[in-house]
Design a protein around this ligand. Sequence first.
Ligand code: PLP
Length: 427
Amino acid sequence: MSNNETLFQRAQITTPGGVNSPVRAFRSVGGTPRFIKKAQGAYFWDADDKRYIDYIGSWGPAILGHAHPEVISAVQQAASLGLSFGAPTEAEILMAEEICKLVPSIEQVRLVSSGTEATMSALRLARGATKRDKIIKFEGCYHGHADSLLVKAGSGLLTFGNPTSSGVPNDFTKHTLVLDYNDCTQLENAFKELGDQIACVIVEPVAGNMNLIKASDAFLQTMRRLCTEYGSILIFDEVMCGFRVALGGAQSIYNITPDLTALGKVIGGGLPVAAFGGKAEIMAHLAPLGGVYQAGTLSGNPVAVAAGLTTLKLIQAPDFYTNLTNQTQKLVGGLNAVAKELNIDFCADAIGGMFGIYFCKDVPNSFKQVMQADANKFKQFFHEMLELGIYLAPSAFEAGFVSAQHTNSVIETTISAARIALQKLTC
Ligand code: PLP
C-alpha cells in the first residue's frame, strides 16, 4: 500500500471523509488523494515523494509559487514578534492602504480570515445598508458556505432557490433568487418584478467554480445599471479572481465599479486573510460605526498579514501580470494545439493566471453548457496526468491556476504530458 493510501485510510478514522474540505477527497475523479509533504515553486511532493507540477496553487493563493523566500522570511519575522494580539497593528493599516490603492472601488476595507466570511459579511452589510432582504446570485457561482449562499436555482424563472446543503432551512434561502449566469434578460425581468426589494446582486465576475467561465461585458454592465437604478448593492466576489486575473482584479478588466468587493486567496499569500470593502458610505454601516455586526478573533492576524503584504508587494513587480498571462496563454495554447492535432473534443481558455479545460468543442459560457462537457473524459485525463506528475484540480468543474514559477520548461513538460494523456483517450 502506498503512503498516500495508508494516510487516507488513517485520516478517515478521525476526520469525516479523511479531508478538511470536500473537493480534496477526489470524490468526483475517484482514487486516492495525494497527501502533500512539501511544496516549492511550481511543484509539490506527496507522501510517496512523488513530485507534481501543481496547477491548483492551494486553490489560488500561491500566485508567486510555493514557499517564496521573501514571504517565508516575512512570516518568520512576524511570528517571532508574537502570533496574535487581539488589538490593532500598523501592518493592518498598511494592508488596508495597499488594498484601497490597488482596487480603487474599495474606499474602506475590513480584514477577515476566509472568503466565506468576506462574502457572508458583505451580504449582511448589503442587507443592513439597504434594509432589504432579497439577494440575487447566479447558478454555478460559489461564494463560500454561508447558509443563504448555498442555493441552487429554483424550478422556474423568478422562483427562489432551494438549499444545496442539508442543514440549511428553506427559510434561510427563501430570499435568494438564483438566475442564469450571462443571461441579461433574466436579470432585467427579475429587477422589473422585484427590484425595490433586492438588497444586492453577488457575482463572480470571472467564475472559477464551474470550471472557468467569463462574464460577458453586457452581463456585468446590465447588472451595474440595474443595481444603480433600483438602489441595490453590486457585490463582486473576487475572492478567486481578485489579484489573479489582473492587479486591479476582474473589475479593472471589465472597467466596472462594484459597490462592494470580496477578496481572499492571493491577498493572504497562503495564510488566512480575506477582506471585504467598497464605498465608505456603505462600510460606515459596519460595527463599531453602524448597526451591522461583524467581528473576528483572528481578523488581521499579524503573521497572516505579513504574508499578505509581502505577496501584494511582489505582485506589483513590473510585468508580473504580463508574464503570468503569457505563461497561462502558452499553456492553454499548447493544450488546444495538441487536442486539435489529435482531433479531440477538448478546449482550454484562460484569463490572467486562471485557466479552464473542457471536454467539449467550444468554450462554455454558462453553467448549463459547462455541465454538458464530458466529465468521464476529464476523469480519465486527470488520472493520466496525475500519473505523469501533473496535478490538475480533481474536478471537471474547477478552474486551474498558474504561478510566477511556471516557467517555459514547466509548461512544456505539461503540454508533453497532455499529449500522452490525450492520446490515450483516443485509444
Ligand atoms: N468566493 C469564491 C469566488 C471562492 O472561490 C471561494 C472559495 O473557493 C470563496 C468565496 C470562499 O472562500 P474560502 O474557501 O476562503 O472560505
